[in-house]
Ligand binder design. Structure first.
Ligand code: N01
Length: 540
């Protein structure tokens, strides 16, 4: 092939863009890229749209952000026509919403379901990406957008003997489409993060016996979920313009009201009253009662002790209550769980709690789970054991940039991105809500919309300026990672062994992955970059 032929080939890719994933990010990205007149194909591993909300069908699965905030804001007509029925939407409702979005904007024709992207390689000669799937697709595209989600690479721990278990096993993040029958069965749930905390009370209602294997006790606050009445639904719709503005101006992308005082400045009874009010209101806003719960150890201790006192009030058996009280983790340094009846579930006689630090799981046997104190028999084992978060979905794809550079290798000491959007050596490859962006520390839908809109503006401006490739510079990404680390070091986040740090995956480098400076500061940073001719990117 001559240089001219290569150049000609470069001008005629099969597609303008490949988008990987059809969840909140991929659907909106597709909609906006089509608005630019681009030819786009979305590949989605699931059998339907929805991403995380397609897979997470476990009992009790619902969002811990209020429905009126956890939805797209880009179209006021969509706000008016969709009606949320509960304060915290359950998985089927969110999935129905995303199905509605796919239909309403005619997105389905550009989405290929049941198809996993296996590799994406940049061709140095043509300047195009070549994307291959597990079902034999092999396409070239100018742009690749990874809309793969932060919590989509489900992780089942490597416990010896897994293959021998005669009963059923399932992971909350890959729930069988046909459901799982718990009625009258002996069930084990391993893991007490957000997924376990939601699933445990519902499984307990059905199972004959439930054992919860807890490694680290978790802080959870009541959701106080409720159905929305007609007046409230009307009020939500009437106030959408204001709500959307507030979420955009909020550091977390929610309408949760944030306290403006330090917890250490107020007298203990006033502090307790503030926590009590938030506990009664329900939802994850409890730490936001004060400005410094995530930055000041004394403020955090006060909030932690408040929740521990609630656990002791709710759980009747003092030993079980004690085991459920987190001690070595600052509250909210791991994602705060939001539950319906979690702690009270342990008051049931048929529910037991095993502390796997005291009695480690040694193996899975044909009959069940063997710990250091004996074998427990089960019909079903539920793994609520979380994800290879933020990087897992990307590292499971063979992504290669310039000169065959592998993303997996480049990120072997931790992800390196500029603004969480792009990484040097990988031109025209973008990540929505990637590591280095606020994503999981915010209402992710607000973060996603911001990313998509920022990227679409970038592509528009590239096109009008005749720019073919955009790529983060090494210098800019190194500075960005330093900035993220510096912000994290001012918080209590690094003190918990959380998935934010990759600490849940053996061997994963311990690096704080999300941007902890809040959405407002992050938006400003992105705005500045765009206003300064995309400073930190090379445009060629
Ligand atoms: O996963 P997790 P998740 N032996 O990693 C334990 C979002 N989300 O799926 O803490 C025994 O939080 C592990 O123990 P430890 C939300 O952002 C949102 O629950 O590592 N136990 C932990 O208890 C959330 O943070 C919603 O010591 C083992 C649990 O498994 C994120 O997804 C709902 C183990 C994993 O908890 C992930 O939540 C659901 C082992 N070998 C999820 N390995 C809502 O919107 C792991 N564990 C409400």
């Amino acid at each position: 092939m001559t240089t001219d032929e290569r150049a000609e080939g470069a001008a005629t890719p099969d597609l303008d863009a490949v988008v990987v994933g059809a969840g909140f990010s991929g659907l909106y990205m597709l909609h906006r890229l089509r608005g630019l007149g681009l030819r786009v194909r979305v590949f989605e591993a699931g059998g339907g749209v929805g991403g995380t909300w397609f897979w997470n069908r476990y009992p009790g699965a619902r969002c811990d952000i209020e429905s009126w905030d956890y939805s797209y804001s880009f179209d006021p007509e969509l706000d008016q026509e969709w009606e949320w029925t509960e304060r915290y939407p359950a998985q089927p409702e969110i999935r129905a919403y995303l199905e509605h979005v796919a239909d309403r904007y005619g997105l389905r024709e550009d989405i290929t379901l049941d198809t996993r992207v296996a590799s994406a390689r940049f061709d140095d000669d043509t300047g195009l990406w070549r994307v291959r799937t597990n079902r034999g697709h092999d396409v070239t595209a100018r742009y690749v957008v990874m809309a793969t989600g932060c919590l989509s690479a489900a992780r089942t721990p490597d416990i010896p003997g897994m293959e021998r278990f005669a009963g059923e096993t399932c992971h909350t993040g890959r729930w069988p489409l046909e459901g799982v029958e718990f009625e009258g069965k002996r069930v084990a749930v391993i893991g007490t993060g957000s997924s376990g905390v939601q699933a445990i009370p519902v499984i307990a209602e059905q199972a004959a016996h439930l054992t919860v294997f807890q490694r680290t006790a978790t802080f959870s606050v009541p959701a106080r979920n409720r159905e929305l009445g007609a007046d409230e639904k009307r009020h939500i719709k009437e106030t959408y313009p204001d709500r959307r503005r507030l979420t955009r101006e909020s550091p977390t992308g929610t309408t949760v009201v944030r306290g403006d005082r330090s917890a250490t400045e107020v007298p203990p009874d006033e502090r307790r009253a503030a926590f009590e009010q938030r506990w009664e209101r329900g939802g994850a806003g409890l730490p936001a009662a004060f400005t410094d719960v995530l930055t000041d150890r004394r403020a955090n201790d006060a909030a932690s002790e408040f929740v521990r006192s609630k656990i002791r009030e709710i759980v009747e058996d003092p030993e079980t209550a004690d085991r459920l009280c987190p001690r070595d983790v600052p509250i909210a340094a791991k994602r705060l769980c939001v539950d319906t009846g979690y702690y009270a579930t342990y008051n049931n006689e048929h529910v037991e709690l095993v502390d796997v630090r005291a009695h480690p799981i040694e193996e899975i046997t044909r009959e069940g789970v063997r710990t250091s104190e004996g074998t427990h028999r089960y019909d079903v084992i539920v793994f609520a054991t979380g994800y290879d978060a933020m990087t897992g979905a990307l590292s499971r794809i063979d992504i290669r940039g310039r000169h065959g550079l592998s993303l997996r290798e480049k990120w072997s000491a931790g992800p390196v991105t500029y603004l969480g959007l792009a990484t040097a050596g990988f031109p025209n490859l973008f990540v929505v809500a990637g590591p280095g962006s606020p994503s999981v520390l915010t209402n992710v839908v607000v973060s996603i919309e911001h990313h998509v809109e920022w990227l679409v503006e970038l592509l528009e401006r590239m096109d009008s300026a005749g720019v073919r490739h955009v790529e983060a510079t090494e210098d800019a990404e190194v500075r960005w990672v330093e900035h993220v680390n510096e912000l994290a070091s001012r918080t209590l986040y690094p003190e918990a062994n959380s998935w934010y740090l990759g600490a849940n995956v053996p061997g994963k480098p311990r690096v704080f992955m999300p941007y902890p400076g809040g959405l407002v500061a992050y938006r400003e940073a992105c705005r500045r970059v765009a206003d300064n001719d995309y400073e930190g990117f090379s445009l060629t």
